[in-house]
Design a protein around this ligand. Structure first.
Ligand code: FES
Length: 148
């Protein structure tokens, strides 16, 4: 069914613009950061568990969240959250990020990628159709001049 409707939920650049549920907001206590998963919107039925994508959810207060990609902005290794130090740490080259996702130290040139989110009827929804591109490609895309 999504195959038939996909032209309706993609923007002019071919990005999936659908909103995906991360579940009830009650599972994310204020002041905490927790791991969550969503189903890749481009997945097929036979993809199984490989279509589940992890993300970090930080709930700041009742209605304010941040949802981070788990991929380091350097070369994409999965970052882990350490509540004791209040840092996201990357195991590959020592990249570190503050709790708000901003860069703390190491080779990443920017903070963690964030998903747009909204709350709908007590459910946290994210727009996850466009995957982040870590590394130099992400920097280059920001500097690219608009097409004439
Ligand atoms: S991939 Fe994370 S610091 Fe290099």
């Amino acid at each position: 069914m999504s195959y038939l409707l996909s032209p309706l939920i993609r923007d002019r650049n071919g990005r999936d613009q659908s909103w995906l549920s991360l579940g009830a907001i009650d599972q994310f206590p204020p002041g905490q950061t927790r791991l969550s998963t969503y189903r890749n919107p481009g997945a097929n039925a036979w993809d199984g568990e490989t279509a589940n994508v992890a993300c970090w959810v930080r709930r700041i207060d009742d209605t304010t969240f941040q949802v981070f990609a788990t991929n380091c902005a350097h070369l994409g290794c999965p970052v882990r959250w350490f509540a004791q130090s209040g840092l996201f740490m990357c195991p590959c080259h020592g990249g570190a990020y503050y709790s708000d996702g901003s860069r703390a130290s190491g080779p990443p040139q920017r903070g963690l990628f964030q998903y747009p989110y909204q709350i709908s009827r007590g459910t946290l929804m994210i727009r996850a159709g466009e995957m982040p591109t870590p590394g130099p490609a992400a920097d280059a895309s920001r500097e690219r001049p608009p097409c004439a």
